[in-house]
Design a protein around this ligand. Structure first.
Ligand SMILES: *Cc1c(COP(=O)(O)O)cnc(C)c1O
Ligand SMILES: [Zn+2]
Length: 413
């Protein structure tokens, strides 16, 4: 890879040749992929990019850690819509608001970006089997992207994973191990199994290429905004790989001169599970927390990518915000009602955070914000039904319809 220099440990600074099955440093630290920006600048301009017809994450190939000869993965990952939402902006009191609907990826979450990268790197490594542990979406995205590429998958999920996600896994033909325990227990078992059988590792906090896949979300946001930098980008945080990837993409664009300043990040977690935000807020090292939230994708009590996530939030002079399950459910309805975007609980947590910061007067009429919806609501129908209640249920009878309308005080025009 001529565009990549090496992998560098975020803890001790040691560097490693960027082989396809790169994992963590001997000190236990996670690696960051370091690029040769001079090489990239000579090959990638805004004009060459604008002329490209490939509307997937692979349109940013020069900024991705893959060989020039590695083929794009089969499913269409990335280039999800960025909607400007003037009515919601007005309602919240913001200058401008955009919603990036990453639930519109092939397996319906942002995780497809990392999984497509895992499939590309597994192919480079000549691997036939990929494995991971996941709260659900990393798993279903890996299973789908690997199935399309003809690779087998072994997947470890905590037994609380929502049925919709497990159904995806089974449909994509993964061998699924449902671990009776927390996400932490699930992660440990997957790690032991991967060590034992030597499968290609798609655990995002171990494989440094995965957040490079995730960073394509911010490359897209900036291209879709014609390189006009918003004041803030809000996103939900669990392990921390997503926010770290988002930040990496922005720094890449800054390094090659595509943007002239960096936005501030908004890190949104659940009140019942916010170890990373708590570390920022108290200025202390992070400590494990219980996993008390219905937003299963960010119910991560022991974040696996704390170092990268914390430095992303700090470097960006970011904001933290913790929202309750009730606030998450409200945001799910709000996005649905005003934007027609249906996110899963963790998917709308960033928007719940933006709403809360607006209500607290921390964000206001001078601010432009992008809120990333990270996963689709159909993945977790049970919680969506809890949030929105029941429809009008009556026999096929006009009188009963009129009755039902008047009972609810609905005047129909
Ligand atoms: C995984 C996930 C997140 C958080 O990503 P991390 O890398 O764990 O911080 C947020 N939302 C959804 C829908 C996810 O699947
Ligand atoms: Zn190290």
């Amino acid at each position: 890879m001529k565009n990549v220099r090496y992998g560098k440990c975020v803890k001790c600074g040691r560097t490693y040749a960027a082989v396809p099955d790169l994992t963590t440093c001997t000190c236990g630290g996670i690696l960051d992929i370091v690029y040769d920006y001079d090489y990239i600048k000579e090959r990638l301009t805004k004009q060459t990019l604008a002329a490209r017809s490939e509307h997937t994450m692979w349109r940013y190939r020069e900024l991705l850690p893959v060989e020039e000869t590695t083929a794009p993965t089969p499913l269409r990952v990335g280039w999800s819509p960025l909607y400007e939402e003037p009515r919601l902006a007005a309602q919240l009191g913001l200058k401008q608001l955009w919603v990036k609907d990453d639930g519109q990826n092939p397996t319906a979450s942002l995780k497809d970006r990392a999984s497509a990268m895992a499939v590309a790197k597994a192919r480079e490594a000549g691997a036939q089997v990929i494995a991971c542990s996941s709260t659900g979406n990393a798993a279903s995205s890996l299973a789908g992207n690997a199935a399309a590429a003809g690779l087998a998958t072994y997947i470890f999920v905590p037994s609380r994973a929502p049925k919709g996600k497990v159904a995806q896994l089974m449909t994509f033909g993964a061998t699924v191990i449902s671990v009776q325990g927390s996400y932490e227990d699930t992660f440990e078992l997957s790690k032991a199994a991967i060590d034992r059988w030597g499968w290609y590792n798609r655990n995002a906090a171990i494989n440094p290429y995965l957040s490079e896949g995730k960073k394509t979300v911010s490359l897209e946001i900036m291209e879709q905004l014609h390189w006009q930098v918003p004041d803030y980008i809000a996103i939900s945080v669990g392990d921390g790989c997503t926010i770290a990837g988002l930040w990496k993409g922005l720094k890449d664009l800054y390094a090659i001169g595509f943007i002239d300043r960096l936005p501030r990040l908004i890190s949104a977690q659940a009140v019942g599970c916010c170890p990373l935000n708590r570390a920022i807020e108290t200025g202390e090292p992070w400590h494990p927390m219980e996993e008390n939230t219905l937003a299963d994708s960010i119910a991560v009590g022991v974040p696996r990518n704390a170092d990268k996530a914390l430095s992303a939030i700090r470097e960006s002079h970011g904001l933290t915000v913790n929202v309750s399950d009730a606030e998450i459910m409200d945001a799910q309805k709000l996005l649905g009602h005003t934007c027609g975007v249906f996110g899963e609980p963790a998917g709308v947590t960033g928007t719940a955070g933006v709403k809360k910061l607006c209500e607290a007067g921390i964000l206001g009429s001078g601010d432009s914000v992008v809120s990333v919806v990270t996963g689709n609501g159909l993945k977790d129908v049970a919680n969506a039904i809890k949030a929105c209640g029941d429809p009008i249920s009556i026999p096929s009878d006009m009188d009963r319809l009129l009755e039902a309308f008047s009972e609810r005080g609905l005047s129909i025009k």
